[in-house]
Design a protein around this ligand. Structure first.
Ligand code: 9WN
Length: 448
C-alpha cells in the first residue's frame, strides 16, 4: 500500500532507505529508472542516479555511467534509453524503436532508443569526482583512473549536440520529441504538439505505463500518447538521421532548460579538460558561453524574466509559466538586478511561496497559471529530482540562500519515504511510480 502522508523519516533513516531502494533497482551494471514503470536505464536518470550512488559506492557509480556510455551512438548521441536485454516490461521497447535496424549509427548491442535527453552528464561526473575526492583513498583513485575515458565519451556527446542540435548557432538546443526534454507533457509543449497530426497508419500499440500507474490522470492522456508514438514513426522514416529529421519535423522546438543545463555542463567539461591536460578547454568554454547567451536572449520581460521556448515550426514564442522558465538561474550570466528579480519570482506566491503548497517546493507549472494541474505528471506536480537539481545549480552559482530553502523543502517532501516520482504539491500525496531511482538518489545527495 501507499505510505500515508503523515509518516515521516528522519534524514539518516531516509538515506539508508534510499540506498536500499537504489540497490534494489539495480539490474547489475545499470539501475532501472523505476522498479516496474521504467525497467531500463534512462539517460538523465542514470546521470543523477550515479551521483546518488557515488555517496555509497563510487565504483558502482562509474559503472552506471559506463553502461550508459555503452549505448552511445557513432554520432556521439547518448540515447534516452539503454535497454536491459533481460527485460520486456516497457513500451515502446527496442523493437518499436528499431534503431539498430534503421541506422548504422546506433549500436547493435546494447539496444537503445533513437532520441536523447537533457545533457546533465558532465555535471554528474564533476559531482562524482567531488564526492570521491572528499572520500579520498581508493574511491578517489578509482575515479581518477576512470575520468579520461568518461571525458572522451562526454566530449563526443557535447560535440554531437553543438553540431546537430544547434546547427544555426542560436545557443539553444533543438528537440524532436517532448520525451527529449524529459518533461514529456509539460504545457510548454502543447502548442508544439497541436500541429502534430497523427496519421491513420500509426501502427497499433498497447501502453504499459497505465497498467502500472492505475490512476490514468497521473499519466499522459491517450491523444497525447498517440502523438508521442506518431513522432517515433516519423523519426524512423528519417532513419534517425538528424539532417533528414530537421527539415520535415512535425515537432521541432528549442528547449531552454536543456540548453541551460548544457551551458553549465560545458563549463564542467572544460574544467575537466584542463585537469586532464586536454586541448579542448577553449572550445568547451566557447560552447558554455554560446548556450548561456542563448538562454539569456530567451528571457521574456512580460513573463517576469522567465526564459521562453520558440516553436520552430511556427516561429511562435511559447508563453507558459513552467519550471523551465527559470533556466537562466541554471546557466547564469544575469546582471545583479535581473538575478535578484528572478530569484524573487521563484520565491513569490506564484511559485514556491504559493500559500496552498504543502512544502515550499517548485512545482512544474505555476499554481497561479491556468495550465496548472496538480496531479498530471509534468503539468503541475513537484518532482523532487528537479528541486534537487535546481538547488544544486543555484548553489553552484552562489545563490546559497534560495538553494538552501529548496533543498530543505525537497527533503521535507521526500521524508514520507516513498521516493515517489512526483508529488501532488498541495496535499503532498506521492504520485506516479514509487521507489523511483532518481528520487532516492536525490535524497542521498541531499542528506549525505
Ligand atoms: C519517457 C524515466 C523517465 C524520465 C522522464 C519522465 C519519464 C518516460 C515515460 O520517465 O519519461 O521517456 O515513459 O514517461 O518524463 O523525465 O527520464 O524516469
Amino acid at each position: 500500500g501507499r505510505p500515508t502522508t503523515g509518516d515521516r523519516w528522519n534524514p539518516p533513516e531516509l538515506a539508508a532507505r534510499a540506498a536500499y531502494v537504489i540497490r534494489g533497482n539495480s539490474a547489475g551494471a545499470m539501475t532501472r529508472a523505476a522498479p516496474d514503470l521504467y525497467p531500463h536505464q534512462w539517460s538523465w536518470d542514470a546521470a543523477f542516479v550515479a551521483v546518488g550512488l557515488a555517496h555509497v559506492d563510487v565504483v558502482r557509480a562509474c559503472r552506471e555511467l559506463d553502461s550508459l556510455f555503452a549505448g552511445q551512438w557513432r554520432t556521439g548521441m547518448i540515447p534516452h534509453i539503454v535497454f536491459d536485454p533481460s527485460e520486456e516490461g516497457y513500451f515502446p521497447g527496442p523493437d518499436r524503436w528499431a534503431s539498430a535496424e534503421l541506422t548504422d549509427d546506433a549500436p547493435r548491442s546494447p539496444r537503445t532508443s533513437g532520441i536523447c535527453q537533457p545533457p546533465v552528464h558532465a555535471l554528474a561526473v564533476e559531482r562524482i569526482a567531488e564526492i570521491a575526492a572528499a572520500h579520498g583513498g581508493p574511491a578517489a583513485a578509482h575515479v581518477e583512473r576512470w575520468l579520461p575515458g568518461a571525458y572522451d565519451r562526454l566530449l563526443a556527446w557535447h560535440r554531437y549536440l553543438v553540431r546537430e542540435r544547434d546547427p544555426q548557432g542560436r545557443g539553444l538546443l533543438t528537440i524532436y520529441h517532448g520525451w527529449e526534454s524529459g518533461m514529456d507533457n509539460s504545457p510548454r509543449w502543447d502548442p508544439v504538439y497541436a500541429h502534430v497530426v497523427v496519421g491513420d497508419d500509426l501502427p497499433p500499440y498497447a501502453r504499459r505505463d497505465t497498467a502500472v500507474v492505475a490512476d490514468a490522470s497521473q499519466r499522459p492522456e491517450p491523444a497525447e500518447y498517440d502523438r508521442y508514438l506518431w513522432l517515433v514513426e516519423q523519426l524512423k522514416r528519417a532513419r534517425y538521421d538528424d539532417a533528414r529529421v530537421r527539415p520535415h519535423a512535425e515537432f521541432l522546438t528549442t528547449d531552454v532548460f536543456a540548453s541551460a543545463a548544457f551551458a553549465v555542463a560545458n563549463e564542467a567539461l572544460a574544467s575537466l579538460a584542463r585537469r586532464l591536460g586536454r586541448p579542448e578547454h577553449d572550445e568547451l568554454l566557447g560552447a558554455a558561453e554560446r548556450f548561456r547567451r542563448g538562454v539569456l536572449d530567451a528571457r521574456d520581460e512580460a513573463s517576469g524574466g522567465l526564459a521562453l521556448d520558440v516553436d520552430l515550426v511556427t516561429g511562435d514564442h511559447i508563453r507558459v509559466e513552467t519550471i523551465a522558465g527559470f533556466a537562466p538561474l541554471i546557466s547564469g550570466g544575469l546582471d545583479t538586478a535581473a538575478e535578484r528579480a528572478l530569484l524573487a519570482l521563484l520565491r513569490s506566491p506564484r511559485w514556491t511561496g504559493h500559500p496552498a503548497l504543502r512544502h515550499p517546493v517548485l512545482p512544474t507549472t505555476s499554481p497561479s497559471s491556468p495550465e496548472f494541474r496538480p496531479r498530471a505528471y509534468w503539468r503541475g506536480p513537484s518532482w523532487p529530482v528537479m528541486n534537487w537539481f535546481l538547488a544544486w545549480m543555484l548553489n553552484r552559482r552562489g545563490a546559497k540562500d534560495v538553494a538552501g530553502s529548496l533543498r530543505a523543502a525537497a527533503l521535507a517532501e521526500l521524508s514520507d519515504g516513498s521516493f515517489a516520482e512526483y508529488y501532488e504539491p498541495v496535499t503532498g500525496e506521492p504520485l506516479g511510480s514509487l521507489d523511483q531511482s532518481w528520487s532516492a538518489a536525490a535524497t542521498l545527495d541531499l542528506v549525505l
